[in-house]
Write a protein that binds this ligand. Structure first.
Ligand code: SF4
Length: 462
């Protein structure tokens, strides 16, 4: 018996997670790690058989076949991950009524109309979507606060209706400017809303600053209005954990459940753009993971008494680990989702390969991160674009080549540019790496914990 190349990660229990580049993975006892490398024939029969099936070990007769199987599994994953299936994001305005402390795009003041999309660009955007995508198209309206230019959203919808036929709109908004007229318009159309909720009032208002009112009150009023007019299934809720929301996982859970929301999407502060400069460093990811583990424990208490809840972030990590075909989360794929999973049409007519690219553009106006312009039909394949695409591949990068999570993880070349000045970065100092490694470890603890833990986390991942 001969071992084949694999990577390993010791877990906190007496277990070791192993994987190979074909995407096969397993958990072995720590005591089996050295025999797996030095004398695989000594492994217990059932485990040895399982590891042989997954091409961690092979016989000399089957050596070439095993190598071919790993290569073929790798090629299959790669083929699936390079599929072009973007969400089309449109920014009708960069203006915003909020002045959030961690604003990632450096919003523009509400009176500065030069930060609005030109109405004549709407038709060009729809034409580009038609050429680039395929039905059913997913169109996400971003800001600023996009409802400031609700008129543009309506016009875009009408154009999509006549040109694209099968499509869905998601409006990402603070809901502070939501009115009955907007809801009534949305009611008969394929329009959902996505809002942010960082916890109860104190945590939410600490960072989301609205001069005229409490941002939390407006968000709750808006959520209740969406709930009664459209139904909760048409409202997505995203939570950014700030230093203030770190204080209480119980409040965060309560803030959602009070509204009847049972789907969570929890994420740490992003080190991008303007938010990165001002707010990163306000807490360590180790603090985040203490918070997140307690948060999952609270969800488990609720699950044990029959409340079904889901959490998107742990969900995507679980799905990557157990489902070789899951590759729709832009951060967790290699090549990364830049330009493959997202195309963003900015208010100024420029086109970006991701939301993060337009954030970096605001921070570094001297560099052109765009893929082109609505006024020009050519694709801008600049040196920086090439470097972003190369940095988006993880299986040949220092740190990732030795990492057991590599087949399931992704890469964030834009975060690397933001933090390290180049697209590859240093994994030992990368918040992207620390975050995803931490999430994979938590996912594995539950997946390979007690049967109760496993069923809980699989339910949460739904
Ligand atoms: S980014 Fe970090 S966790 Fe992800 S594959 Fe690379 S080394 Fe592993």
């Amino acid at each position: 018996m001969t071992p084949l190349p694999f990577n390993f990660e010791r877990l906190s229990s007496n277990k070791v997670f192993i994987s190979n580049i074909g995407g096969f993975s397993n958990i072995i006892d720590s005591d089996d790690l050295v025999p797996l490398i030095e004398s695989p024939s000594d492994l217990e029969y059932t485990k040895r058989h399982e590891l042989q099936q997954q091409n961690f070990i092979t016989t000399s007769d089957d050596y070439k076949l095993s190598i071919t199987t790993i290569a073929s599994a790798f090629a299959k994953r790669l083929t699936a991950e390079i599929q072009f299936n973007p969400v089309f994001m449109v920014v009708p305005t960069l203006r915003c009524d909020h002045t959030c402390k961690y604003c990632q795009v450096a919003r523009a003041p509400i009176e500065q109309t030069q930060y609005d999309l030109k109405e004549s660009d709407l038709a060009l955007i729809v034409q580009r979507i038609l050429v680039l995508g395929k039905a059913p198209y997913c169109i996400e309206i971003q800001g600023g606060e996009p409802l400031i230019r609700f008129d543009l959203i309506q016009k875009l919808y009408d154009l999509c209706e006549s040109e694209l036929i099968e499509f869905k709109f998601v409006i990402a908004s603070s809901l502070s400017l939501l009115t009955n007229d907007i809801l009534n318009w949305a009611k008969s159309r394929n329009v959902d809303f996505s809002m942010s909720l960082d916890g109860l009032k104190e945590a939410h208002d600490a960072n989301r600053i609205l001069a005229s009112d409490s941002s939390y009150h407006r968000a709750i009023q808006g959520a209740l209005a969406v709930k009664s007019t459209l139904g909760l299934e048409r409202l997505g809720v995203v939570t950014t954990i700030t230093k203030d929301s770190l204080k209480s996982y119980e409040e965060l859970v309560k803030s959602h459940l009070d509204l009847g929301i049972t789907s969570f999407f929890i994420r740490p502060l992003s080190p991008y753009g303007f938010a990165g400069k001002k707010e990163m460093g306000s807490y360590e990811l180790t603090d985040y993971f203490i918070f997140y583990r307690n948060f999952l424990k609270r969800l488990k208490e609720l699950w044990l008494i029959g409340h079904l809840v889901s959490e998107h972030s742990i969900g995507v990590h679980i799905k990557r680990l157990i489902s070789p075909t899951f590759n729709s989360y832009a951060d967790l794929k290699s090549p990364s989702g830049f330009g493959l999973n997202a195309i963003l049409f900015n208010y100024d007519g420029r086109i970006f390969g991701s939301d993060e690219a337009r954030m970096l553009q605001r921070l570094h106006p001297e560099i052109d991160f765009s893929l082109g312009d609505l006024s020009d039909n050519t694709l801008n394949i600049s040196a920086i674009t090439k470097s972003i695409v190369d940095g988006g591949i993880n299986y040949n990068k220092p740190g990732c080549v030795d990492c057991a999570f590599q087949p399931f993880c992704g890469a964030d070349p834009l975060q690397n540019i933001s933090l390290f000045g180049e697209s590859i970065g240093h994994k030992a100092h990368s918040p992207f790496c620390e975050y995803h490694k931490g999430m994979f470890r938590i996912a594995l603890e539950y997946l390979y914990g007690s049967p109760e833990d496993k069923s809980f986390i699989l339910d949460v991942a739904q």
